[in-house]
Write a new protein. Sequence first.
Length: 260
Amino acid sequence: MTLHHVRRGSGSPLLLVHGLGAGSQSWAPILDRLAAEREVIAVDLPGFGQSAPLAGEVSITTLTDAVAGFIDEQGLGAVSTAGQSMGARIVLELARRGRGGDTVALDPGGFWTDREVAVFSGTLRPSIRLVRALQGALPTLVGNPVSRSALLAQFSARPWALSAETVLPDLRGLATAPSTGAAMDALTRGPKQEGAPAGTLPGRATIGWGRRDLVTLPRQAQRAVAAFPDAQLHWFEGCGHFPQWDAPDEAARLILDRTS
């Protein structure tokens, strides 16, 4: 299938893969920074943004297959990749398969224990139901720092400091994307992320993690590095699950410095 995507800038290509939420718009807080130095290709995963859902099973495997097919279709070859949350897991899976080039994975899923994934599911699913119920009021709610902080406490270390323009697309995407529910099932009921032995990745790998991430907990970072021993771990201090929200300059710089 053809994935909807946005291309910006010039230079060596950089493929961005989003997590649950707004699709490619999730990268809006840092897209201009990245496109100032690179040709940025931000995809909408199947069933998110403007891409049609998959016809069959939704799983990390089939979502990764869709991105791999997009890379082939666009002739991107050994393209550097960056992903966040579910998208971070997808770019790590691409690297594990030997696809792409350098990889930056921000707060990836898939490295949790059974108990941790149960808590993740048990807290995020109600949050998604709440956002769906509040769709009509979301602009007003995120425009107020108090209600914005209440809505985003799980996702951001500093929700009161974020702009409504930054967070509204992802909240709307959680509520309206056709594949949100199926992707949640894939994350919470599917297998955990497999690793890659030392020396098998196609390029450099960097795993970034927010010290105050309440979605994929910071202790999971050590499991991720154990599974991908060639990866370099970068900590975002005072940052939650969305480095592009809480630390946009640092997130953009890390992606640019660790990909080529």
